[in-house]
Write a protein that binds this ligand. Structure first.
Ligand SMILES: Cc1cc2nc3c(=O)[nH]c(=O)nc-3n(C[C@H](O)[C@H](O)[C@H](O)COP(=O)(O)OP(=O)(O)OC[C@H]3O[C@@H](n4cnc5c(N)ncnc54)[C@H](O)[C@@H]3O)c2cc1C
Length: 565
C-alpha cells in the first residue's frame, strides 16, 4: 500500500450535501455558534433541490380553511400505504408552517392569494389545496433563499468536493474521506458530528427525473459504515416524465400540471383514469397513476413515442402561462406548445422513499451521524405525496443541524485510523493506475439498464432474483476492475464516475434485495406475482454483517395514531 499524501480539515459539524436539507442543517448548526463545514459535489446552489417544481406542503388553510396538520398527517399515512414512521410524519406536518415562515423570513417569495396570503394548489391524494408554490419553480426559489441564508451565516462551504467514505472510530462517526474534484487532492474532514444530506439515487435507473449526481453515494457510504437503512425497495416512479426527444427522456413533467386540471388521454382519446380511479382521476397516488399509464401503454393504447397524452389545452392560456411557466419552456424546446397541444408522458424514476433510518432527533443508528432529506427513509412510507419532499428537507434539515450541533458541543472530536484512510485513497488511486479493466461508462449503462428492465414499476420474483444475482456478479467482477480511461486527477469526470459506480452498485443491490424480500404489493412496490400471504405491513431494515454481507430483516412499523386497515 502506497503512503498517499492528504490534507486534513477540522470542524465541529460536517454537513455532506448542499441541497435543501444540507443547507437548512448547516444554517441551523451555524446559528448555535459552531464551526460548520458544508460539502457538495456540485457548485453551491446547483443541488437537485433547485429542480423541484410544484411546491411545498403546509396545511395553512389559506385557500381551503378546513385544512389542518391532522388531515395532512392522515393524507401522508394513507398516501404512504401505512408504512410511514408515524412519529416522523407527525413532526413533518406539525413543523411545516414554522419552516415555511423561516423561508419567508429568509426572503423566499411564494405566490399569493388575492388577499396576500401564501397561495396553495392541489396535489395528488391530498384532501385540500395545501401545496405552497412559486410558479413551477418552487425548488429554485427555496435554494436561492437558502444559499443567501448560508452566506449570512459563518458556514464554510467546500463545493466540488466528493465524499467517498464515512470514517467511524470506536463506533462513533469521525468524519469522511473525500477528493477535491477540481484538483484531485485527497482530503479528510474530521468533525464531532456529521449530517448526511446526500439526496436520492434516481440515476441507478436508465430513465429518471433526477440530476446527474443523484447516484446514491449517501446510502452506500452509510451502509458500508454500518448504519441501518430502511425500505430501499420503495422507489417512486413519477407518472409523468417526458418521453421525447430522447435527450429529454425522463425529465419531469410536474404534478402541478394535473393539479391545475391537466387530463390524461390514450391514443383513442379516452380519459382512461376513469377506468382505474374514477373518484380521483388524474389525482390518484403517483404509484397508482404510474401503473395506470403503463397498463395503457402495454395494452397498445399508448402514444407514438411510448407514453400517453397529458393535455392542458382546455385551460385558459393565461393560467397555463402564469402557473406552468417552465413547462411551457421545457416543451417549447421539444417543439410542443402545451397551451395548444398535448404532451407525451410516461413514468420516470423519481424519488427514494427508503434510506438511512433515523429517529425523531434525525439521529441515525451511528452515534454522531445525523441525516435529513431524501437520503433518509421511513417518513414517506411506501409512497411520498407530491410536495412532502421539499417540506421534509426543511423540517428534518433543521432538526438534524440543531441536534448535530448539540452533540458536537457535548463530545470531543474522535481520532481517525490512518490505515483506513490510506486504504481508501489507495482504492481510489488504483482506478487510475489499472492498465486493463472496464470503463465506468460501460459499467454504468449495464447497471442502469438492469435496474430499469428488472426492478421497475411492475416487478416479478424471477426478474428481481436475476437482478440480485447480476448485481452480486457486478460487485465481484466489475467493481474491482473499473479502469479510468484517462489517468489524471485534475477535474476528471471519468474518475468521478468510476468512484460513483461502486456506490451505485451497493445502492442498487439494497433496492433489489428489498424488492426480493417483500413478496406482496405495497405502495410503490408492485409485484405482479404478489403472494397473497404476504399482505402484512412491515418495514425492511438492511444492515451490514460482520463480513460485509447485506442482512435484511422485517421490522414492526412505528404507529402513533393510524393503524393499517
Ligand atoms: C424534477 C424534480 C422535481 C421535484 N419537485 C418537487 C416538488 O415540487 N415538491 C417536492 O416536495 N419535491 C419535489 N421533488 C423532490 C425533491 O426535490 C427532493 O426530494 C429534494 O429536493 C431532495 O433534497 P435533498 O436536500 O435531500 O437532496 P439534493 O437536493 O439532491 O442534494 C443532495 C446534495 O448532496 C450532495 N452529495 C451527494 N453525494 C455527495 C458526496 N458523495 N459528496 C459530497 N456531496 C454529495 C450533492 O452534491 C447535493 O449537494 C422533485 C424532484 C425532482 C427530480
Amino acid at each position: 500500500m502506497d503512503e498517499l499524501p492528504y490534507k486534513t480539515i477540522l470542524c465541529d459539524v460536517l454537513v455532506v450535501g448542499a441541497g435543501g436539507a444540507g443547507c437548512r442543517a448547516a444554517i441551523e448548526a451555524s446559528r448555535l455558534n459552531l464551526d460548520v463545514i458544508m460539502l457538495s459535489k456540485e457548485l453551491i446552489g446547483k443541488a437537485h433541490t433547485s429542480m423541484a417544481e410544484g411546491g411545498y406542503n403546509v396545511s395553512l388553510g389559506n385557500v381551503d380553511p378546513d385544512d389542518n396538520p391532522e388531515t395532512h398527517f392522515k393524507d401522508t399515512i394513507v398516501g404512504g400505504n401505512y408504512l410511514n414512521n408515524q412519529e416522523l410524519a407527525e413532526i413533518l406536518v406539525n413543523d411545516a408552517s414554522e419552516r415555511v415562515f423561516d423561508l419567508e423570513e429568509m426572503g423566499a417569495l411564494f405566490d399569493r392569494t388575492p388577499e396576500g396570503k401564501i397561495a396553495q394548489r392541489t396535489f395528488g391524494k391530498q384532501s385540500w389545496r395545501r401545496t405552497a408554490y412559486a410558479s413551477d419553480r418552487t425548488g429554485s426559489e427555496i435554494m436561492i433563499t437558502l444559499v443567501e441564508g448560508i452566506r449570512k451565516e459563518s458556514v464554510r462551504v467546500f463545493d466540488e468536493i466528493f465524499a467517498t467514505r464515512l470514517l467511524v472510530q470506536d463506533g462513533r462517526i469521525a468524519g469522511v474521506t473525500a477528493i477535491d474534484l477540481k484538483y484531485g487532492d485527497y482530503l479528510v474532514f474530521r468533525a464531532q458530528a456529521v449530517v448526511m444530506a446526500t439526496g436520492g439515487a434516481g440515476r441507478i435507473f436508465t430513465v429518471t427525473s433526477n440530476a446527474q449526481l443523484d447516484v446514491g453515494d449517501g446510502y452506500a457510504m452509510a451502509f458500508e459504515a454500518g448504519c441501518d437503512i430502511i425500505d430501499m425497495e420503495m422507489i417512486q416512479f413519477h407518472p409523468t416524465g417526458m418521453v421525447a426527444p430522447e435527450s429529454a427522456k425522463g425529465r419531469l413533467v410536474t404534478e402541478a400540471v394535473r393539479g391545475e386540471g391537466g387530463i390524461l388521454l390514450n391514443n383513442k382519446g379516452e380519459r382512461f383514469m376513469n377506468n382505474y380511479y374514477p373518484e380521483v382521476m388524474e389525482l390518484a397516488g403517483r404509484d397508482q397513476v404510474a401503473r395506470s399509464i403503463m397498463t395503457e401503454v402495454l395494452a397498445g393504447r399508448g402514444s407514438p413515442d411510448g407514453g400517453v397524452y397529458l393535455s392542458i389545452s382546455h385551460l385558459p392560456k393565461r393560467i397555463v402561462e402564469f402557473r406552468l411557466e417552465s413547462m411551457i419552456e421545457q416543451f417549447g424546446d421539444a417543439g410542443v406548445d402545451i397551451r395548444d397541444a398535448p404532451m407525451q408522458v410516461s413514468p420516470t424514476a423519481h424519488h427514494f422513499m427508503g434510506g438511512l433510518k433515523t429517529d425523531t432527533n434525525a439521529q441515525t443508528t451511528i452515534p454522531g451521524l445525523y441525516a435529513a432529506g431524501e437520503c433518509t427513509g421511513g417518513i414517506h412510507g411506501g409512497n411520498r405525496l407530491g410536495g412532502n419532499a421539499l417540506l421534509d428537507t426543511q423540517v428534518f434539515g433543521a432538526i438534524a443541524g440543531g441536534n448535530a450541533a448539540r452533540f458536537a458541543k457535548e463530545h470531543e472530536r474522535p481520532g481517525v485510523d490512518r490505515k483506513e484512510i490510506q486504504k481508501e485513497f489507495n482504492r481510489l488511486e488504483a482506478m487510475l493506475k489499472r492498465k486493463e479493466g472496464i470503463s465506468p461508462a460501460v459499467a454504468r449503462k449495464e447497471l442502469t439498464d438492469l435496474m430499469w428492465s428488472k426492478v421497475q414499476i411492475f416487478r416479478k420474483e424471477e426478474e428481481i432474483a436475476y437482478a440480485v444475482k447480476e448485481l452480486k456478479r457486478i460487485e465481484k467482477e466489475v467493481v474491482p476492475n473499473i479502469k479510468v480511461d484517462v489517468p489524471i486527477k485534475r477535474f476528471n469526470p471519468g474518475w468521478h464516475q468510476a468512484i460513483e459506480f461502486g456506490h451505485m452498485v451497493i445502492t442498487a443491490r439494497m433496492v433489489a434485495e428489498g424488492a426480493f424480500m417483500r413478496k406482496g404489493s405495497r405502495g410503490a412496490h408492485y409485484r405482479v406475482d404478489a403472494d397473497p400471504d404476504d399482505d402484512g405491513y412491515y418495514n425492511i431494515v438492511i444492515r451490514r454483517g460482520s463480513k460485509g454481507e447485506m442482512k435484511l430483516q422485517k421490522e414492526d412499523l412505528v404507529i402513533t395514531k393510524i393503524p393499517p386497515p
